[in-house]
Design a protein around this ligand. Structure first.
Ligand SMILES: Cc1cc2nc3c(=O)[nH]c(=O)nc-3n(C[C@H](O)[C@H](O)[C@H](O)COP(=O)(O)O)c2cc1C
Length: 171
């Protein structure tokens, strides 16, 4: 399957980046075609709610920023993996922007399954992130293939690696 991983931490050698790489390695080993994008290194603005896309734009966003690179990848992906750190008890802004910019097409056309990987310092900070993720799965009509969380003492561990491999096995 064609898998798109959106990695949203600005820390190149951080925990979220590690989780995304582990997912990519496991998925490629299983024969999937994987594209990994660090969206935190992209210039992706928030949705303007201008409704250009639903009128004259005919499904195209009026904002010509780096989201234009992502739209074709989103359109082709069959599996969408969100990998993000928790900032202030929810998914960080860098992952929210590309999700919300899908407003112009409503949902990624071919995505059938999603997965979520989140990292945090503390335990018990995932309620907002997981609720949003599950609501998006329902809204887009896609199957949740699983969630992996990693607080400080779970980061870059063999146990977390095994959980990520299990996510890939769920596809
Ligand atoms: C702006 C900001 C807000 C954060 N808010 C939280 C938080 O609410 N709860 C928490 O447990 N960790 C919080 N953290 C810590 C990160 O979630 C944690 O260090 C995470 O592992 C970072 O992932 P990374 O290594 O991929 O960048 C915050 C970090 C930053 C920079």
């Amino acid at each position: 399957m064609k898998i798109l991983i959106l990695q949203a931490s600005p820390r190149a050698n951080g925990n979220t980046a590690w989780m995304a790489e582990e997912y990519k390695n496991a998925a490629e080993a299983a024969g999937h075609e994987v594209t990994l994008v660090n969206v935190s290194h992209k210039k992706i603005a928030g949705c303007l709610a201008c409704e250009y896309c639903h009128g004259k734009g005919g499904g195209a966003c009026i904002q010509k920023d780096d989201m234009q690179e992502l739209y074709p990848l989103m359109a082709e992906a069959e599996v969408l993996v969100l990998a993000a750190p928790i900032y202030y008890f929810t998914l960080n802004a860098q992952i929210q922007a590309p999700i919300q910019r899908m407003y112009c097409v409503n949902k990624p056309a071919k995505v059938r399954k999603m997965a979520l990987m989140v990292s945090s310092y503390s335990p018990g900070v995932y309620t907002g992130a997981t609720a949003e993720y599950k609501d998006i799965c329902n809204y887009w009509g896609v199957t949740d293939s699983g969630i992996v969380t990693a607080k400080l003492d779970e980061q870059k561990t063999e146990a977390t690696k095994a959980k990520i491999q299990a996510l890939v096995s769920n596809l």
